[in-house]
Design a protein around this ligand. Structure first.
Ligand code: DGL
Length: 262
């Protein structure tokens, strides 16, 4: 079991921002990544639909022998992780908007949160926000349309830049000093975000924390790989593989990208 792969899934290509942190911190581990791009964006779906999609992805990863599953999607985590944990005998690591550090370290007392509608309307998000933002002004913004444009590979398009500007500029009027990225697709927009908000607003992205948590859980369960062989990484998309491959142009590890129907 130790040398079985870590399974990772997202509604599409965004979760590769987490996958990159995982393979950096755990270079001996094998991984399998599922980009469910055919069903993106999850953020516009009902909780019930999101849970069904997460079940489909989870069962595929379990059938491929994964020893642990990372739900590399805030929308999927905030809507479905409780269900997954209750129904499958495997550990799940999730990601949710990192409101806590932003609220704790804010000096202006105002923070921005950019996430999907599915995340912002979830019970888990509401609970975390209530717990940590009592004396803080939070500006929550639904990033509607951003995931679809990223999935289409239109990262540097005027369309995406205009949307982002419309979503973020009002936050400057509230004098935010932190912006929480509540969607794993959004780290790919960091250069554009800095252009809009300037470099004094700190961008909070929980990718590295997820990798650390994964390592800690595998260590406790004595499931860290002890293989001396080169690690293997298989990434699958259920639509075209072009944009997924483009997102990985900065990765030096050995990986393969393939189309798979799931
Ligand atoms: N990467 C997903 C997240 O972190 C995107 C959700 C979506 O598909 O709308 O929320």
């Amino acid at each position: 079991m130790k040398n079985n792969p870590i399974g990772i899934f997202d509604s599409g290509i965004g979760g590769t921002s987490i996958w990159k942190e995982v393979i950096k911190l755990l270079p001996n581990e094998n991984t399998i990544y599922l980009a469910d791009s055919r069903n993106a964006p999850y953020g516009e779906k009902s909780s019930h639909e999101i849970i069904s999609l997460c079940i489909k992805n989870t069962e595929l990863l379990i059938s491929k022998g994964c020893k642990l599953i990372i739900v590399a999607c805030n929308t999927a985590t905030t809507n479905a992780i409780d269900h997954l944990r209750k129904n499958y005998n495997i550990s799940f690591i999730g990601i949710e908007p990192a409101i806590k550090p932003a609220a704790l370290f804010s000096k202006t007392g105002a923070i921005g949160i950019l996430a999907t509608k599915g995340t912002l309307s979830s019970k888990l998000f509401e609970k975390t926000a209530n717990e940590y933002t009592k004396n803080i002004t939070t500006i929550e913004q639904d990033g509607e349309g951003l995931v679809t444009l990223i999935e289409e590979g239109k990262l540097n398009s005027n369309e995406l830049n205009n949307l982002l500007r419309n979503y973020l500029t009002p936050m400057l009027n509230f004098n935010i000093d932190h912006l929480v990225l509540g969607c794993t697709h959004y780290p790919y927009l960091i250069p554009q975000i800095i252009e809009i908000l300037g470099s004094t607003v700190k961008i909070i992205d929980a990718g590295e924390a997820v990798a650390k948590q994964t390592k800690a859980i595998l260590a406790v369960q004595e499931l860290l790989s002890n293989s001396l062989e080169k690690s293997s990484h298989y990434l699958y998309s259920n639509t075209q593989t072009k944009v997924l491959s483009e997102m990985l142009s900065d990765v030096s590890a050995n990986f393969s990208v393939n189309k798979l129907d799931f």
